[in-house]
Design a protein around this ligand. Structure first.
Ligand code: PEP
Ligand code: MG
Length: 325
């Protein structure tokens, strides 16, 4: 099966009727572990910077971070590389930075932690900016944004880092595009304001599902309740697509849902055309999208949006998928 998918990896990412999709990869471990040749991708839609932090016994220095980020940016010349600032806390712990909380997923996570420690944030942004010199494909993504003040403060610090690096190297810095992860429900209701503050947004369906359904994404006891195909999650995603389109605010999806055949079909039906996924899923997703007509997705969408359970959504989508295999 995978040979069948691989046979089309070099073909354009488009539907049978010619609608174009950008298929990007999620990354974080050593870039050479990726299974897809960068030239067959639309770039890196999510580079999780926390992995190099988790694998060390102390914070990586600015110089160490520059080398790491440069390798990633260089591997995707002329393609966007979306680097997310440190997203620890929740289930991701640093061995050398202890966080003890009763409710870690609702606690000191992602941007909350780095805004309380601007020295961590600034070193990371400076390293990204220096790694980006002469390449200019860096995009910066902010995790766990729940409030507009967090966006303002992050943008202010990014400007400060740009200023510091320009000053230190006596050069004009290329300004990276800045985006926000949509993964906390509150920010879904502030899209118009967000669109005025940043250049793009990217939906993290893993956390958005967890927070919309109030289900810990790693707790086996409630695993049966965690489903991104829950009708409420799908309605939220549909509304986000429509709002972003009306605002002309670039939006993409980088959670696991985008790398699932049934998930990507529904997202494409809602109007999304930019997806980021584990590189092992890319060939399969391209193969599938190349076999669908937007007109048949337009018929599938209302049927799915009227379902009352994730199970019913999956059955409906499965029926559609079976005709494509
Ligand atoms: C997400 O929450 O969907 C996401 C892409 O981020 P992570 O899985 O790293 O939390
Ligand atoms: Mg997340």
């Amino acid at each position: 099966l995978s040979a069948r998918y691989q046979a089309e990896i070099a073909l354009p990412s488009q539907s049978a009727c010619g609608a174009h999709f950008s298929l990007m990869v999620n990354s974080g471990l050593a870039i050479e572990l990726e299974t897809t040749d960068p030239k067959y991708t639309g770039g890196v839609g999510l580079y999780r910077t926390e992995f190099p932090f988790i694998m060390r016994s102390r914070f990586p220095t600015e110089q160490e971070q520059i080398s790491l980020y440069r390798r990633v940016l260089e591997s995707y010349p002329d393609k966007p590389v979306i680097m997310r600032t440190l997203d620890v806390g929740g289930d991701k712990a640093l061995p050398y930075f202890s966080i003890v909380e009763e409710n870690p997923f609702l606690g000191w996570r992602g941007i909350r932690l780095t805004l309380d420690h601007p020295e961590i944030f600034l070193v990371q942004i400076r390293a990204m900016l220096k790694a980006n010199l002469a390449l200019d494909n860096l995009h910066i993504l902010l995790p766990m944004i729940a409030d507009l003040a967090e966006v303002d403060e992050s943008v202010r610090l990014i400007k400060q880092a740009c200023f510091e690096v320009s000053d230190e190297l006596a050069i004009e810095m290329p300004k990276p595009k800045v985006g926000v992860m949509i993964e906390v429900p509150s920010i879904m209701y502030q899209l118009p304001e967000l669109a005025l503050k940043v250049d793009f947004c990217s939906i993290g369906t893993n956390d958005l599902t967890q927070y919309l359904l109030a289900v810990d994404r790693n707790n086996p006891r409630v695993a049966g309740l965690y489903d991104a195909m829950h009708p409420a999650v799908l309605r939220a995603l549909h509304q986000l697509a429509q709002q972003a389109q009306a605002l002309q605010f670039p939006i993409s999806v980088c959670g696991e849902l985008a790398g699932e055949p049934s998930g990507v079909l529904l997202l494409a039906a809602m109007g999304y055309n930019s997806f980021s996924m584990n590189s092992s899923n890319l060939a399969k997703i391209k193969w599938l999208l190349r076999r669908v007509e937007m007109s048949e997705l337009a018929l599938l969408l209302p049927e799915v949006l009227s379902c009352q359970s994730a199970r019913q959504v999956r059955l409906t989508t499965q029926r559609f998928l079976e005709q494509k295999q």
